[in-house]
Design a protein around this ligand. Structure first.
Ligand code: CTP
Length: 400
């Protein structure tokens, strides 16, 4: 996904500096080449050798390195700035943020910020009180106004022993944010200029304020479809139920809870060029909803249900000219036959059929096996959900 991309990773002096080593590996695993620039403060937390060994490239700290054997070394901040497709500072201390906001260039990292021609992502990490301070708030505003991307820190336990907003987000979240930033730049692609709507995750049908009917959908397949469409240049809106995985970067996200919520948002976006119904929509909802918690004593042992609207069928019956409608089908038996019937009945152009027969496929897994069914197409794909998503869209839009 980051194949061939060149990333400068800036590491500053916070306890989260050790996490930058995992981030470096994640960038490499995604196919990127990485160079690391550290501040002197960062070296108090992690040795430069960690990063030079992992990146297989010398780590740059000072603008004027002691060792003058390499020609042109003092201009490295300029050549690195030209080399990079993306500059990521993770973790970024309050001190480095202040220097960037003021335009300082007193070390390799800050000098490269000024010379870089690529997007810059700053991941601020510090104590919660520091993060809320007036100066940091002001500097963050300046960075945003300067077009610098910010990935907000997460809330949780901090190194100080206190709780607050200041933790470096998970590696996966940072990588996602990077993909989103790079995708925004990719104006050309088979889906460029196209509006793509993807539904993802489960719906919840509440019977009272504390109880609901739902299913184990993790949202992984839907989010993978959204990322793949975004990477192909699409303008993506993902409408998703409650999930616990990072949202794809560079897409508009709308959170829903019930099937009725999902239906009304989908209707508002029904003019999209491509609609992908990957959500695991609950087929039934309680006939009545109690505003108060149902007490054991008042309840009977049966629950009356009504059918929810079939959103994919509604879309099939209101299809705009030239629109591509893609559904998913989750089957436990006679997969191809049942899924093909769903495609015809719901008037979808394509159905991607999953089987939950195997433990590596279906709900919650990272891998999947999917059979794509079209009018005269039946093709199998397997791999990670991200790989499958790309392959499905390549096949559907003939770009593979
Ligand atoms: N779907 C929908 N609205 C519903 C139910 C399902 O839009 N109320 C969509 C799903 O998002 C998916 C496709 O229809 O794209 C097939 O979903 P699936 O659950 O496999 O099939 P169902 O239509 O629910 O049929 P059954 O439960 O009988 O297999």
């Amino acid at each position: 996904m980051l194949s061939g991309k060149r990333i400068v990773l800036g590491v500053t002096g916070g306890i989260a500096a050790y996490k930058a080593a995992f981030l470096l590996r994640a960038f490499q695993k995604a196919g990127a080449k990485v160079r690391v620039t550290m501040t002197r403060g960062a070296r108090q937390f992690v040795g430069g050798e960690t990063f030079s060994s992992l990146s297989r490239h010398a780590v740059a700290v000072d603008i004027f390195p002691g060792n003058q054997s390499e020609k042109d070394q003092w201009t490295r901040h300029i050549s690195w700035g030209e080399w990079a497709d993306l500059f990521v500072i993770a973790p970024c201390t309050a001190n480095t943020m202040a220097k960037i906001a003021a335009g300082f260039s007193d070390n390799m990292l800050t000098a490269t910020v000024l010379s870089a021609r690529c997007p810059l992502l700053v991941c601020p990490t510090m104590d919660g009180e520091m993060y809320r301070s007036a100066a940091v708030t002001r500097n963050l505003k300046t960075l945003r106004e300067d077009g610098i991307h910010i990935l907000e820190p997460e809330a949780g336990y901090l190194a100080s022993g206190l709780e607050g907003r200041g933790r470096l987000p998970e590696t996966e979240t940072i990588v996602e944010k990077c993909l989103g930033i790079l995708a925004e730049q990719q104006l050309e692609g088979p889906l460029s200029g196209k509006k793509v709507v993807v539904t993802a995750g489960p719906t919840r049908e509440f019977m009272d304020p504390v109880r609901f009917i739902s299913n184990p959908s993790s949202g992984k397949m839907g989010f993978a479809m959204a990322e793949a469409a975004r990477n192909m240049g699409g303008e993506v809106t993902v409408i998703h139920g409650p999930v616990h995985i990072p949202k794809p970067g560079g897409v508009d996200a709308i959170e829903i809870v019930s099937t009725d919520d999902l239906f009304s948002h989908v209707k508002n976006h029904a003019d999209a060029d491509v609609i992908i119904m990957a959500a695991a929509v609950a087929d039934f909802t309680p006939k009545s909803h109690s505003e108060q918690k149902i007490k054991k004593d008042d309840s009977t042992s049966s629950l009356e249900l009504r059918r929810t609207p079939d959103i994919l069928s509604w879309l099939g019956n209101h299809k705009k000219e030239g629109q591509t409608l893609i559904g998913f089908a989750m089957e436990t038996e006679n997969m191809v036959e049942h899924a093909q019937k769903k495609r015809e009945n719901k008037k979808a152009d394509w159905i991607a059929a999953n089987s939950i027969a195997d433990h590596n496929t279906g709900f919650g897994t990272d891998t999947n096996t999917v059979t794509l069914l079209g009018e005269s197409v039946q093709q199998d794909f397997s791999g990670t959900k991200k790989e499958i998503a790309r392959q499905l869209l390549d096949r559907i839009f003939n770009t593979g």
